[in-house]
Design a protein around this ligand. Structure first.
Ligand SMILES: Cc1ncc(COP(=O)(O)O)c(C=O)c1O
Length: 433
């Protein structure tokens, strides 16, 4: 494994090429996402997209979106990204019209969900005098909501999902009380790729007079195109009655560089609760739309660039590629004895694993399967539990390799069935510290 030579600042600066070759050395053990071997963390729209992202990001690598009076370019790009996203996420099909829809860019899905939670807390405080707020969400809702709960002291009431992995709206309604400020749905959920019944969640929110956030961080930039292609028919966006905010990550299926997500609010007054503004110090007016102060220009420019480079036809093509690849992998899983999908996924994200309980002595060990796939072809799937599963985020970059993966997958399952190999390592690893 590559190691830092000395862990200290060099007394004399190195040659730029030498620095770059050290970076290449460090990456020697990184997973091969360029070759389509990684089913987690990276979304690849092709070499041409990567080249554009690199150029756009480099062009704005020094500029700071903290102050769009100094850098109006970054203000315009943000405005443009938000306006485009409003169109994609049903903002202009809202029952009450689109006039009140507002949005902000954040650094990623987690920051968008932190903001949605903080906004809901402040809304409850200001309009309902709620001092001990809670939010109600499925066990499948992203871990970032638990982080938000921890940061902002909003109790997180998680309710078990149904057998198909979907939010159980009836059970969620049972735990909503007078201190509930927010209900959450995912489109789709990270663990099992299921689009929750957003219509029912919106209706629940309307009925109780509370907020409803749709976490479309994962799906926001692919579901609109899968819908156009006829692959997704469920309702999930800001046009659904009762939905008050939605988040979508440009750095996932928008195929942008890391560091850009969008949060939209259906109502101007609600949106106004997000930014922080003060002049109570010696440095003058400090207005900030999200958690960070300094906000890098590179991801914003790259996000703007990829939207315009790909356009609608480009996103339709990539969504079609991702869907074909995901369908092929699903078909392979469904036709291979010994493994099965978890739940009933709706799009291009899902989890799979051994059909018998992983703890049973005679069952296929899902994590041993994951290890074997890495050993065989460098195929990298995140481990998740419960139950023991391998998690697949399938994107357009996988289309070229999916057949090879299916061959390795069926071979690995057959070998494990024969050898009964198990691993003592039961760790999971979606995020690390
Ligand atoms: C549904 C969902 N929400 C939120 C997030 C968090 O996004 P990020 O990793 O950009 O913070 C993810 C990440 O995969 C996700 O799948």
């Amino acid at each position: 494994m590559a190691q830092f030579a000395d862990n200290r600042l060099p007394a004399h600066g190195l040659d730029a090429d030498a620095v770059m070759s050290r970076l290449d050395e460090f990456s020697a053990d990184d997973r091969d996402w360029r070759g389509g071997r990684v089913f987690s963390l990276v979304y690849s729209g092709g070499d041409d997209v990567l080249d554009l992202l690199t150029r756009a990001s480099n062009r704005f690598s020094a500029e700071n979106a903290l102050n769009t009076m100094a850098f109006p370019s970054l203000g315009w790009m943000q405005h443009d990204i938000i306006t485009i996203t409003i169109g994609l996420l049903g903002g202009d099909r809202r029952p009450g019209g689109s006039a009140g829809v507002r949005g902000y860019l954040t650094s990623g899905g987690t920051e968008s969900l932190l903001q949605a939670t903080k906004t809901a807390r402040d809304w409850g405080r200001g309009s309902r005098n709620i001092t001990r707020p809670n939010m109600v969400l499925a066990t499948s809702a992203h871990a970032a909501f638990s982080k938000a709960s921890h940061y902002f002291d909003v109790e997180c009431r998680r309710v078990p999902v149904t057998a198909d992995g979907s939010a159980d709206v009836g059970a969620m309604a049972d735990v909503v009380d007078d201190d509930t400020v927010l209900v959450v749905g995912s489109a789709p959920s990270y663990p099992h790729g299921v689009i929750d019944p957003i219509g029912d969640l919106g209706a629940l929110a309307l009925d109780r007079g509370i907020l409803c956030h749709v976490d479309a961080c994962l799906g926001g930039f692919i579901l609109p195109f899968l819908g156009t292609l006829g692959h997704v028919t469920k309702e999930w966006d800001l046009s659904v009655p009762g939905v008050t905010s939605i988040s979508a990550d440009l750095h996932k299926y928008g195929y942008a560089s890391k560091g850009v997500s969008v949060i939209l609010y259906g109502d101007h007054d609600l949106a106004r609760l997000q930014p922080f503004i003060t002049s109570d110090w010696l440095g003058g007016l400090y207005g900030s739309p999200s958690m960070a102060g300094t906000r890098p220009g590179g991801p914003i420019a790259a996000g703007w660039a990829v939207l315009h480079y790909l356009g609608e036809d480009g996103y339709l093509r990539l969504a079609g590629d991702a869907h074909r690849a995901a369908s092929a992998l699903r078909a392979c899983i469904e036709s291979t004895p010994g493994i099965a999908l978890r739940g009933a996924p709706d799009a291009t994200v899902f989890a799979f694993g051994g059909t018998t309980d992983a703890d049973a002595d005679d069952g296929l060990d899902t994590f041993a399967l994951g290890d074997l796939l890495i050993e065989r072809g460098g195929w990298y799937f995140d481990r998740q539990t419960p139950p023991d599963s391998l998690h697949a985020t399938v994107h357009a970059g996988h289309a070229a390799v999916i057949e090879e993966l299916c061959t390795d997958l069926t071979g690995a399952v057959a070998d494990l069935a024969e050898t009964g190999t198990r691993t003592a390592d039961r760790s999971t690893n979606y995020g690390t510290v």
